[in-house]
Design a binder for this molecule. Structure first.
Ligand SMILES: Cc1cc2nc3c(=O)[nH]c(=O)nc-3n(C[C@H](O)[C@H](O)[C@H](O)COP(=O)(O)O)c2cc1C
Length: 186
């Protein structure tokens, strides 16, 4: 048992509401004993950063969309979930990443350092092939860092790779990984 989680935010970057990635987030959700909010960057509205320079001169972001649910910082567990697309997170997930530039610009140009409260992080990746999704992991780690989520690749990474040949439904390792990680929250 690590600490109480009142709210989890899941950012699900899959283009499929009922695909492999969502299968895993559903399994995690079933085991979570807290409020859960989900964002689907493919279906919700999160624009990429348009480099309007607003955050170089003003606090916050000029764009008002579902990214506000992420900036709001009212969650204790951040779950980033994505299929691997071309070794990386999916493009709408990368839009989310670009919007974190506001945090960097507010600090760099204005000396404003909003402190995001410490939270836990979990990364969920699915991939059809056998390749190590190292760019996806690196990108997710940046998100965890900017939003102050603790993330340990050896404990907080849940994945199902080779989904082209082994269905997530038959991935026995997956069940073990979910159980092990959730046990630390409950
Ligand atoms: C455009 C595209 C690129 C992909 N690139 C990779 C890749 O680099 N590595 C990999 O293992 N799988 C890759 N895949 C396969 C998906 O990651 C895999 O099918 C995943 O399980 C789909 O999850 P979903 O059902 O949640 O969409 C790619 C799929 C698409 C559509």
């Amino acid at each position: 048992m690590e600490k109480n989680i009142d709210k989890a935010l899941i950012i699900n970057g899959s283009p499929h509401r009922n695909g492999n990635t969502s299968y895993i987030t559903k399994k995690i959700k079933e085991k979570l004993n807290c409020q859960v909010e989900e964002i689907y960057p493919y279906f919700d509205k999160i624009s990429p950063c348009i480099d309007c320079h607003y955050c170089q001169k003003n606090e916050g972001c000029h764009l008002k969309d579902d990214m506000e649910k992420i900036y709001r910082d009212d969650y204790d567990l951040l779950i980033l979930a994505s299929p691997v697309h071309f070794y990386n997170l999916t493009p709408p997930m990368l839009s989310v990443v670009t919007r974190l530039n506001m945090i960097w610009c507010n600090k760099h140009f204005l000396g404003l350092e909003k402190t995001y409260h410490e939270k836990e992080g979990i990364l969920v990746l699915t991939g059809g092939g056998t390749g190590e999704p190292k760019y996806a992991i690196e990108m997710a780690m940046k998100v965890f860092k900017y939003l102050n989520a603790k993330f340990d690749i050896n404990k907080d990474y849940i994945y199902s790779l080779k989904t082209d040949t082994i269905s997530v439904l038959e991935d026995k390792n997956l069940t073990v990984m979910i159980k092990k990680r959730i046990k630390r929250i409950k």
